[in-house]
Ligand binder design. Sequence first.
Ligand code: PHE
Length: 452
Amino acid sequence: MKYKERSERGRWGSKIAFILAASGSAIGLGNIWRFPMVVGQNGGAVFVFVYILSVVLIGFTVMLAELTIGRHTQKNPVGAIEHIKPRSPWKGIGFLGILTGICILSFYSVVAGWAAGYLIKTVSGAFRGNITGEIADKIFTEFSSNPLQVLLLFLLVIGITAFIISKGVKGGIERWTKVLMPILFLLIIFLAIRALTLPGAEKGISFYLKPDFSKLNGTVILFALGQAFFSLSLGMGTMITYGSYISKTDNLVSSAGWVCFSDTLIAILAGIIIFPTLFAIPGVEPTAGTGLVFKVFPLIFSKIPGGQIFGTLFFTLLLVAAITSTISLLEVPVAYLVDERNWSRKKAAFLMGSISFLIGIPSVLSSGGLRFFTKIDFMGWMNFFFGNVALAFGAFLICFFLAYVWGVKKAIGEITLGDIRFKMWPLWTFSVKFFTPIAIIIILIFIRTIAG
Ligand code: PHE
């Protein structure tokens, strides 16, 4: 009855509260900013196709693995591994997750800061009038290369994140996501319908949803898989940590399924907002990269009636989605300090937030400002290395650890506490033991070929 003794560390109020919080972690800039960006850069629909396969075949497997380890041990990633295999080097998986979390948080919060800046711009009417592609481009370049402004917005995002985390699981994360996630769903569906009704939307839809398989190559597969881990918050122990707050009687399989489903749905809907409008109103290329979302939206909003309201809704949504994810990134290192080192949540949140802020400064500067940093695309590098390579490697280690160190039988024992039948067990066993780790290793080899 270990989990009862530890219940003072926090517990989700209900299964639905967990699904909302975990979807809040999964749904974020990864869906709305990063997904359209990588779709645009990697051939459109063919990327979407491989992405969906990655979520179903690999993402779900890793999601269930992380939730199972988390709930079984009721611990943060380091403590969880220590619990299963005491005093072993496998604990390194947990530390890798903590490092990855701090590093992703560092550049992620800079982009979230951009969203905050664009919200302020939209509310103050900066995008009223006839905005052309060139103007939207100029506005983004000027904005993102003003280091002081971006630094302040970045600090604001980290500050809000640390504040929510310092309030703890029920008081902080759960209260926020319960209110914010449903609003997010409604807003995004609303905007997607609006985008689909723009004249000329069909071209965008066919770029986005009609795959051209001649564009399929190693890079597409690699980025699609990396994006799946990033978007589902997998490979760094976020879902181990969130899983540790799930009650023993909840069904982990259906919870994992719901999180994968809602995350993928939002990413697909985000693309339905971006691509039809991108093709309906020319001026920005699908390959625009980091600035894609920030360049396309003001352009659209200036061309449709009620644009300022749509714009305000959209950037609010983006910021909300980003913050429910930043809190999950910061929760991993904080849960470690609270559980393993007996720190107070406040002190842990402040320290980890500050470290992430310092690491993020070169990312702020890499979009302009100091020329010294612009030569090295620091943010792009962090995004690639921690957002693809480190997560993929982490996911591989987590599966390997579950399958060959802990044992699939024991994991299935944990899963059946809340799902007595667990009909999918043969499939999941095959995936976690063979398919997923082997597929990830192949991706990592592709990464080496591309980086080299
Ligand atoms: N999944 C989040 C998003 O899509 C980002 C994230 C990655 C959060 C890894 C936690 C862990 O925005």
